[in-house]
Design a protein around this ligand. Sequence first.
Ligand SMILES: NC(=O)c1ccc[n+]([C@@H]2O[C@H](COP(=O)([O-])OP(=O)(O)OC[C@H]3O[C@@H](n4cnc5c(N)ncnc54)[C@H](O)[C@@H]3O)[C@@H](O)[C@H]2O)c1
Length: 322
Amino acid sequence: MTYVGDTISKVQGLAGTDRLVVISDHTVKKLHGDKFPDADVILIGQGEDIKTLDTVEEVYRYLIELEADKGTFLIGIGGGLVCDVTGFVATTFKRGLPFGLMPTTLLAQVDAAIGGKNGVNLLGYKNMVGTVTQPRFVLSDPTFLTTLPNKEISNGMAETIKTAALGDAKLFKMLAKIIDVNDTKTMTEVIKRCAKFKTSVVAKDDMDAGLRMQLNFGHTIGHGLELTKGLGHGEAVAIGMVMESKLMGVDAKVVTQLEDTLASYNLPTTIKFDKRKLMASMTNDKKRMDDIMTLPKLEAIGKVKLIEMSMRQMEAGLRDLS
Ligand SMILES: NC(=O)c1ccc[n+]([C@@H]2O[C@H](COP(=O)([O-])OP(=O)(O)OC[C@H]3O[C@@H](n4cnc5c(N)ncnc54)[C@H](O)[C@@H]3O)[C@@H](O)[C@H]2O)c1
């Protein structure tokens, strides 16, 4: 269940116990520690490099010290990284503790905390080990967003625009009028709409078999650009959505609408790239089945279908774009 708004007072009641352990990071605790429930707090590091089994083991050690057991309720308060680690620890420690999430970045509120996927990186591969387990609740309070640095706002906005383009034409229209993350009332609506869309997709496809693939819009090329061009996630996904759309022959008017909206949030829509390096990074993509990639294609803003594309077609398409 996802609650959006001033929801912090709900935590204890929703958890159904006062034996709470919070997992967070130093930045979030420093900025928003006053919103934490009364609980023991375990702080983890920051940055993708620490999203590993070593960090998970460290958290297990603290939980053992705290004598955590099945009656202990874990609450992740932080960005997507904290949410992913909390979900993984909760579903594996003593074969499973109940948990809830309080996402504090825009990306986590509109995307990462929704859907029950969690996990950590292994040997440099992203999210290589993990589980799919729904948290008992997700509490998204937009006032957390007021302290976000611009880079994190861009990351979240790219995913928000992605959601709107895929399945919510009304949200896409709302985004045309520049939204400020400090506008808590509007952000409440934006987060609710994104959470609703992702929840509905996941509900129809919770084992990631088909429909959920549409959520990868922009990420196939985006991940390749992140790796080969050193772009931030939001920038890479923004360019990825535009490139994938052009490559699949999406109607030029739709592509322009997408480009204009991305640009109005200062997200890039184009970049010079090395086709060979980009293809090599996509060849390792975990969404690829043999030679075939399944990609979401926009039929209109708010309407999508999945299509299959061979690596050869992809390569030819990239040649035309470069
Ligand atoms: N499970 C999923 O379905 C899913 C989906 C998308 C992304 N993810 C994962 O999410 C992670 C990225 O999440 P993210 O973009 O939230 O980044 P993040 O969790 O790494 O957080 C980015 C930075 O923002 C800081 N921060 C968090 N909240 C803040 C606030 N309110 N004010 C100021 N600073 C704040 C954090 O301390 C951190 O330094 C990746 O590991 C990615 O794999 C998971």
